[in-house]
Design a protein around this ligand. Sequence first.
Ligand SMILES: *Cc1c(COP(=O)(O)O)cnc(C)c1O
Length: 412
Amino acid sequence: MRAAEAATAALSRADCLARDAADPLAGFRERFLLPEGILYLDGNSLGPLCKDVRARLVDVVDREWGVDLIQSWWKNDWVGMPRTLGDKIGRLVGAAPGQVVVADSTSVNIFKALAAALDLRPGRRVILHETGTFPTDGYIAQGLAALLGPERVVLRAVPRDSLVHAFDEEVAVGLLIHAHYKTGHVLDMDAVTAAAHAAGAVTLWDLAHSVGALPVALDTAHADFAVGCGYKFLNGGPGGPAFSYVAERHQDLVHQPLSGWIGHLRPFDFAPDYVAGAGIDRFQCGTPVVLAMATLDAAVDLMLEADMAQLRAKSVAMTETFIAAFDRLCEGLGFALNTPRDPAVRGSQVCVTHARAGALMQQLIAGGTVGDFRPPDILRFGFAPLYNRHVDAWDAAERLASAARTIGGDAA
Ligand SMILES: *Cc1c(COP(=O)(O)O)cnc(C)c1O
């Protein structure tokens, strides 16, 4: 895709169709169940259903659970799924095997990782995060601060663009949103991690809007901790489990406080006292959510069939297409782009602002174009390279313009 051309030449719908015809990933679209007449640009909130998931779930329910019953924990390796699926996700985030485990929700995993990070830096109290961090990240940090008290935890919030300069000898851990949910801006993982380490701090990367959409290289960046979401770009189903990454060098040193039995070194000894499991296993807590994990496993298998460089190229191309169409079709209608124009620091979404964003999104959804409204004034469109098309980007911009014309009024 010629990104520069998309930004300058007058783009047309026919150009978009031509790009879709030349798309090496086009075949993946039919592997999803996408309802007729729906233009779905919300896969960064809830990924759609891939057809392989249905077949997989039928097998897990009818054979593994229905027939093999409790023997499935070993016979069908339910007990190993958090690790085997974790290693598959590790391939998507640049983590060598043995560093990713699937368990719990992103929120719970943030709690575990923040506590473990503080434990690694006993002389330091500060959790550094950005002002306007994703709500659950801030709330979990607040909860941990309330639990441990001000002698142990102090929160420090700075603007996103000063994070890289805000690490000092008081900071224990930086809680870092890799791709921002309201702007799609992507932080430089290498630079921020290096700044944290230079100050003696560690990093916790929240990959909720990155995993499955952008190449992430946790090991190369020397990241310390990361968490990510299963139900967004990974298409792991509503409420699907999340994952934790802990760099191998930290694993045997860290303790996380949710010391459930599945994270024990020998859970099936039923011993009275907790002994943390080896390696990444200690980031598990309770019994794995097998059905939800099977869903995520089938969806991740599908994603692993695609080439990450191609996924990223298409993601950049689609967001370029949307921005070009937006510039052309939505001009003078009261919109502003709220996403970086530089694709190097842009995730797989485009956000725009409008004074009547809520009403506009309602109108778009009523007409079959599904994106998100984020108060007070943001319309967010996620572009998932496995199943979205360039023509979707064009049509969304066209419908956005037409909705703004209909709603009219305060387009100022
Ligand atoms: C979606 C999202 C989460 C989700 O957390 P849950 O525990 O799954 O509700 C967390 N962090 C960020 C940045 C997100 O975008």
